[in-house]
Unconditional design. Structure first.
Lengths: 329, 310
């Protein structure tokens, strides 16, 4: 155990000193600063509350015969262009705990999850971080031949690979979590100075940090998958191209020809997990003699997370088999 | 306990739509006595590095067995490699890290302290460059760092594949001294090299392989003296006539500059030559014996083959 911890420590140190990890972190923080600055510049601090716009909204809705509370909900922020910090997680402008989207129990209608800025950016961030970090961490070992050096010091290949997978998971998760928090907090000055932090209650902060954590976990799991592809291809670029190809072509093929596979797509499940959304599946339904396809809820976000974990584990097992059987030369 | 025992080792690489390439072919090797420096020689592509990789458990043999320091490889690699320091082909380090950091990362796996790392860096003459990134190292410095990494474990057996690659003449002399010192201190050093002169000076024993098989092995002196590489040099006025006479008598001769003729292999009794030439009314002005060297033995055994395709 002590030897393994030393090996893990050595791998973590190597990971943290890697340029790729630092570059990704700088890019994430840079994007955060850019988004923060642009948002700050385009936000109109004098736009709300605009009673005239709200009044017009009420008048427009008169013809639809809506209830008073419905009109109030639809028009309360009409003409309000201020930046609301709650937009990080959803479209709420009220207290987050009272308006956060919550799924119906025993639903068949798919639950869309959080539709804010962070889950949207988090999907891209986790794919980028996990894909690039995993592929480069393993690919570089083959490129520089350093895997041979490590195996001369610790020939138990299972231990070496386990340490590498753990490092990839921890490293990717750290970079993605820090990146997503950096993006979130870069928007804080705009909310304070030109917008509002109204609605950011305790539940909001819990959700914000747990979303950032889930983005990290998704990135870590995608890192393990990407690392395994790099073991198979023995090449960073090969792994990145394979994943990119899968994301573009695989996504199209799954959505058009093999829809039944969609609930098992790792990228789709990772996306659902980090945004708290349901995954969906297509089922045939008949109504009045007509048969048609309809999209229904397949799994909750926690199940989606577990499926992503299971797929990453299968990939890791393939990695262990290949790494153990293959000659190092 | 045997240091290294290789029995009928073969390694074949399968190739798509081609017959397999045989890198090592039923190779046998046994090193029993510790504290020796053993040279491992062979032309490029003769199977040296593949044999070394099989020894270290990096690649699995197609057939045969390797026992390293009493442990069957590759199953017993964890136990055996604790006492083995190895440098295979070029040293492999993270270019963005300093030399010291690279060693520290390796040393951390076995809990080696910083002080010991500094001592090793000093031993290989890299103390001043220890905090420079490896990408700025010359080939010779990387080679020294590679040797430093092998010494970190304080190993019983050192396996060094071309350790003098890229070293300047002073570095080669230092490396030779280091290898000899290691051998004298009781460590067994198994070194493959192309620099036959170096091997001859530093090694107690040599193993020569070609086409994946051992061609000869044993103490350097025995191999050099038992070979037919000793020549007899005759100095004479009439070179052409002398050559004709000697060739008629079944000797293999070749001309050299300064009226010299080389007879190789040399006859056991040089007086035979003087007698034959005197009978033909040819009187030589000089006769001397020239000892062969490892290079000549090597070229003779491997038919001067170079694995490099031009």
């Amino acid at each position: 155990m002590k030897t393994f911890l030393r090996l893990l420590g050595s791998e973590l140190e190597r990971f943290l000193a890697r340029r790729m990890a630092r570059v990704l972190l700088v890019i994430a923080v840079g994007i955060g600063l850019l988004v923060g600055t642009i948002t700050y510049l385009v936000t109109d601090e004098h736009s709300a509350p605009d009673s005239k716009a709200v009044q017009e909204c009420y008048e427009d809705l008169e013809q639809w015969g809506l209830e008073e509370w419905e009109k109030e909900e639809a028009c309360s922020d009409w003409g309000d262009d201020r930046f609301h910090i709650t937009w990080l997680l959803g479209d709420s402008t009220e207290d987050w705990s009272s308006t956060r989207p919550t799924p119906e129990p025993n639903r068949t209608e798919p639950f869309g999850g959080l539709n804010g800025i962070l889950p949207a950016i988090g999907g891209i961030l986790s794919i980028l971080t996990g894909g690039l970090v995993g592929a480069s961490f393993f690919g570089a070992e083959y490129r520089f031949g350093t895997i041979e050096q490590v195996l001369l010091w610790e020939p138990r290949r299972n231990r070496v690979l386990l340490a590498k997978y753990l490092t990839t998971f921890i490293g990717s998760a750290l970079v993605a979590t820090i990146g997503s928090l950096a993006i979130s907090f870069s928007l804080w000055p705009t909310a304070v100075a030109k917008g509002t932090t109204q609605g950011a209650d305790v539940r909001f902060w819990i959700d914000l940090f747990s979303t950032a954590g889930r983005i990290g976990i998704a990135a870590g799991l995608l890192g393990v998958i990407s690392g395994t592809v790099a073991i198979l291809t023995r090449h960073t670029a090969g792994a990145v191209m394979s994943l990119l190809g899968y994301q573009i072509i695989g996504g199209i093929i799954i959505n058009i020809w093999i829809k039944w596979l969609a609930p098992w797509d790792p990228l789709y499940n990772a996306g659902a997990f980090l945004s708290e959304a349901d995954t969906t599946k297509w089922v045939k339904q008949s109504n009045f003699g007509q048969t048609y396809w309809t999209e229904v809820s397949a799994n909750s976000y926690l199940t989606a997370g577990f499926i992503t974990f299971a797929i990453a584990t299968v990939f890791a097992l393939v990695g262990f088999i290949v790494f153990n059987r293959r000659d190092v030369s | 306990m045997s240091i290294l025992k290789i029995s009928q080792l073969s390694k074949r690489y399968r190739r798509f739509r081609h017959s397999p390439t045989v890198a090592v072919d039923t190779l046998d090797l046994n090193i029993e006595e510790p504290g020796q420096v053993i040279g491992f020689l062979g032309p490029n592509g003769s199977g040296k590095t593949t044999t070394i990789r099989c020894m270290l458990g990096l690649i699995k043999p197609s057939s045969g067995s390797v026992t390293l320091l009493g442990s069957e490889m590759p199953q017993g690699a964890a136990k055996a490699l604790e006492k083995v320091g190895a440098l295979v082909e070029n040293p492999k380090f993270f270019e963005e890290f300093t030399g010291r950091r690279n060693l520290r990362l390796l040393g951390r796996i076995q809990g080696i302290r910083r002080k010991e790392i500094d001592q090793i860096l000093d031993q290989v003459g890299l103390s001043d460059a220890a905090d420079i990134k490896v990408k700025k190292y010359s080939l010779g410095m990387k080679q020294r760092l590679g040797v430093a990494a092998t010494l970190l474990k304080n190993p019983e057996l050192l396996v060094l594949d071309e350790p003098a690659n890229g070293l300047d003449p002073a570095g080669i002399v230092e490396m030779r001294r280091l290898l000899r010192d290691l051998g004298d201190s009781g460590k067994t050093v198994f070194v493959s090299s192309h620099q036959l002169g170096e091997i001859e000076q530093v090694c107690d024993e040599v193993v020569i392989i070609d086409h994946g098989k051992v061609v000869t092995s044993g103490p350097v002196d025995t191999i050099v003296s038992s070979s037919s590489s000793t020549a007899l040099i005759v100095t004479i006025e009439n070179v052409d006539e002398t050559r004709k006479v000697l060739e008629e008598n079944g000797f293999v001769v070749s001309s050299r500059t300064n009226n010299q003729i080389e007879i190789k292999p040399a006859p056991e009794n040089p007086a035979v030559i003087t007698q034959i030439l005197a009978d033909a009314s040819i009187y030589l002005t000089g006769l001397r014996s020239e000892e062969g060297n490892l290079e000549e033995v090597f070229l003779g055994l491997t038919k001067g083959r170079s694995g490099d395709k031009l």
